[in-house]
Design a protein around this ligand. Structure first.
Ligand code: NAI
Length: 415
């Protein structure tokens, strides 16, 4: 099947972006060399649905170096970068994605990826796995297994598995320590603030920054917003997480209260309707709203579209909604993941770890073909430890090693 992208002529800029991240992703560079030598994916067709930018593109190239035939689509309409897509096509990979894809076009792109009877599925948010089960069940027998990148995708998978509907093994990449401890926390923390700053060109210091959700991502966003001088308020539904936020030094209150005082709002819950009509009604003039959760349902933008008296684009990726009198609220990047839709996503060094886990998990699936059952699988502990150990080496850090006596002590129960 022929690739479907915007413009092959954009490839030079895409190559440049991929080369920059390649230089800053030493784990993936090492895997690229190993895979090129060992060809673990020889004869394997891989389907990917991912935020198609330079770092994910490099992951695709690493898998291709290992012998895989790659079939790629995006995972969010605004996160695909057309120049990066063009570079991959020029390198001989098959891509069905463009920036600003409509929901209908996205479905066609997924269909064209799945037409290839892929054996490994690499998903980010669960769309590929969902479509395979609901629309293309005849393709399921080809599938060896898949890997899921993000929290929201895992929640969907858990629901499928619980209902007995999951038809092949899925590795929960997000649950690996080397993924969520770094990617969700430090990656989201930095890239969300970067997306907000480059889009608004406004100051964070002195603002009331409301972070909805104090999970791994929320912790990162709150930490970085505080570091920039913001006064952080956390909203939560989980009492344990709320206590963590209190003890980390943040104010905690319900969204209904936070809505009255917030200057900048970031939702990162994986839930829907986190900021809704009642909240919009009490917001200050000039409040800025954005989302970093996987789907664009956390800030109820559809409601704003319905109730606004006037709507006007203020700057690229900033839509203003006049709610009454001269009271405006502003939504960044249509309420889609602000770090990807209005930025370049996580830093390369962070995704180096996440994608090393992805690549090794895909290899694990191939090596264990037919033995795993239709279940959810944790990333093997050895893989997590190996990625961490290699990363430490690249960071030039050494750590202590247990002596035999210490090891015995830690493994004994008698005094
Ligand atoms: P998590 O499960 O660790 O944390 C989510 C938190 O939100 C939980 O503490 C939960 O109690 C809270 N929550 C749920 N509903 C809420 C509501 N209505 N109001 C307030 N709090 C609520 O999940 P994690 O890893 O932090 O991921 C959150 C979302 O971010 C997911 O959709 C995930 O897929 C996405 N994500 C986005 C990334 C990005 O680049 N923007 C990167 C990684 C994950």
């Amino acid at each position: 099947m022929k690739s479907e992208i915007r413009d092959l002529g954009l490839a030079p800029s895409g190559h440049q972006k991929i080369e920059w991240v390649r230089r800053n992703m030493p784990l993936l560079r090492m895997l690229e060399e190993e895979f090129r030598r060992e060809q673990p994916f020889a004869g394997i067709r891989i389907a990917l649905s991912i935020h198609l930018e330079a770092k994910t593109a490099y992951l695709c190239k690493v898998l291709a170096a290992g012998g895989a035939e790659m079939h790629i689509t995006g995972s969010n309409p605004l996160s695909t970068q057309d120049d990066v897509a063009a570079a991959l096509v020029e390198d001989g990979l098959e891509v069905h994605a463009w920036h600003g894809v409509t929901p209908e076009e996205y479905e066609v792109h997924i269909a064209h990826v799945l037409e290839n009877n892929c054996q490994i599925i690499i998903d980010d948010g669960g769309d590929l796995v969902n479509m395979l089960h609901s629309r293309y069940p005849e393709k399921i027998p080809y599938v060896i297994g898949g890997c899921e990148e993000t929290t929201t995708g895992i929640i969907r998978l858990q629901a499928m598995a619980k209902a007995g509907e999951l038809k092949f093994p899925m590795v929960l990449v997000n649950d690996a320590d080397c993924k969520h401890l770094f990617d969700n926390r430090y990656g989201t923390g930095q890239s969300v603030m970067d997306g907000i700053n480059r889009t608004t060109n406004l100051i964070v210091a002195g603002k009331n920054v409301v972070v909805a959700g104090y999970g791994w991502c929320g912790k990162g966003v709150a930490m970085r917003a505080k570091g920039m001088g913001g006064r952080v308020i956390v909203t939560e539904v989980n009492p344990v997480r709320a206590i963590e936020a209190v003890m980390d030094g943040f104010d905690v209150m319900p969204m209904k209260e936070a809505a009255k005082v917030g200057d900048l709002f970031v939702t990162v819950t994986g839930c829907s309707g986190v900021i809704d009509e009642e909240d919009f009604a009490v917001m200050k003039n000039g409040a800025i709203l954005c989302n970093a959760g996987h789907f664009d349902v956390e800030v109820d933008v559809a409601c704003l579209e319905r109730i606004a008296l006037e709507k006007a684009e203020q700057r690229h990726n900033i839509m203003g909604y006049r709610l009454d009198g001269d009271r405006w609220v502003y939504v960044l990047a249509e309420g889609r993941l602000v770090n990807l839709a209005a930025g370049d996503g996580h830093p390369a060094e962070i995704m180096d770890m996440s994608f090393a886990i992805q690549a090794l998990s895909a290899k694990y699936l191939v090596e264990n073909k037919g033995t795993l059952g239709s279940v959810l699988i944790s990333v093997p502990r050895e893989v997590d430890q190996e990625v961490a150990a290699r990363k430490l080496r690249f960071l030039g850090k050494e750590i202590d090693v247990l002596t035999e006596e210490q090891d015995r002590y830690l493994n004994s129960y008698s005094l």
